[in-house]
Design a protein around this ligand. Structure first.
Ligand code: ADP
Length: 342
């Protein structure tokens, strides 16, 4: 029994890895496609061969054997042998194409994968290289603003420059963490985390930010739900979602945060009643740098990287994230994470 559970667990882990390994999935899909194509061609070819053989043998035998019973016996025997041979050869070809196709797909897809890796490396290197000059400009601007108190036009320009530099630093840092997450370079330190406490703490951390817009936060938590998680990353995820809920809500709005247990999962939902997302924009919401039209029109600041990062972090925790929304009616983000028992 223990052996079986172990096997099931290993199978489940393998299936999950497969689900996340895009390259392997693409190879399997392509192999299935090749094999499917060969099966169709072989079926048409084999059926044509079989039917034409059957017709010819019947014609030939009718001439030589006037006895219909004898004729039927010979036809059955010959066609039976032919069917066996066809099945044997077809089976062999299909197996060969399946195996060979799987290796062929590696040759086909490897250059694409290498290009993608190179792109990610370029983004990571660029972000990394930009961090130092940005930090230098930021420090210089801060020193200037701290030492110059007179409200001159130059000071105003420098203050606005500092805001832009800060925004750029945030984008660069987010880009770097996203690329690191996507290429598995980010270190995760997993431990048993009390999700109920962590969510509560994160709510406290965001409360003054919400208060600026006089937004009320209502919470409903099931206590002591434990998950296996990297505390910092999970906190960053929850904070990001709460910040979005505040940013995309109007003043005096309401945010509802609920944490509950469903089967063997912890389900955290964050609902707001803000500007919402249109049906056209909703499918793109996790894409990098994507910002919904509604957010742009309402002049909400943001870079469109937060949700892409959040999704990667949730995936690394073997969890799921989904967003439901209607334009001008708000949005609900639901995260589910496997509960950690014992
Ligand atoms: P950012 O908020 O920095 O632009 P995100 O990746 O967090 O980046 O979000 C991407 C886009 O999704 C946002 O620009 C916004 O258009 C939309 N969005 C995210 N959360 C919400 C929300 N709670 N309500 C409405 N729109 C949202």
């Amino acid at each position: 029994m223990a052996k079986k559970t172990n096997f099931l667990k290993r199978f489940e882990a393998w299936a999950t890895d497969l689900k996340r390994n895009l390259f392997l999935r693409a190879r399997l899909r392509l192999t299935l496609f090749y094999t499917g194509l060969i099966i169709i061609v072989l079926t048409i070819f084999s059926l044509s061969l079989y039917i034409s053989f059957l017709r010819n043998i019947k014609n030939d035998i009718e001439k030589d054997f006037p006895n219909p019973r004898q004729e039927q016996l010979i036809v059955n025997r010959s066609t039976g042998r032919l069917a066996e041979l066809i099945l044997f050869i077809d089976g062999g070809i299909i197996l060969f194409v399946g195996f060979f196709g799987f290796f062929l797909t590696k040759e086909t897809l490897e250059p694409i994968q290498q290009t993608l890796e190179a792109q990610k490396k370029f983004a990571a290197d660029a972000a990394h290289e930009l961090r130092t000059p940005l930090a230098v400009i930021k420090t210089d601007l801060e020193i200037f603003l701290r030492t110059t108190h007179k409200e001159t036009p130059e000071r105003k320009i420098m203050a606005s420059n500092l805001e832009e530099v800060n925004r750029m630093s945030r984008i660069v840092n987010n880009l770097l963490s996203l690329v690191r997450l996507e290429s598995n370079q980010e270190n995760f330190r997993f431990s048993r985390i009390n999700l109920s406490q962590l969510t509560d703490q994160t709510l406290k951390n965001i409360s003054s930010y919400a208060l600026n817009k006089k937004i009320k936060i209502k919470k409903q938590f099931e206590p002591d739900l434990y998950v296996l998680a990297d505390q910092t990353k999970l906190e960053e995820t929850i904070l990001n979602l709460l910040k979005n809920a505040v940013d995309y809500s109007e003043d005096n709005g309401l945010i509802e945060v609920e944490l509950k247990k469903t089967k063997n999962k912890a389900e955290l939902s964050i609902r707001d009643y803000g500007i919402g997302i249109s049906d056209q924009d909703l499918p793109h919401i996790f894409e990098r740098f994507f910002r919904a039209d509604n957010a742009r029109q309402n002049k909400k600041a943001g870079s469109g990287l937060g949700l892409a990062i959040v999704r990667e972090i949730v995936r690394k925790h073997r969890g799921q994230i989904q967003i439901e929304s209607k334009l001008n009616q708000g949005a609900i983000v639901i995260i589910t994470l496997p509960l950690f028992s014992s």
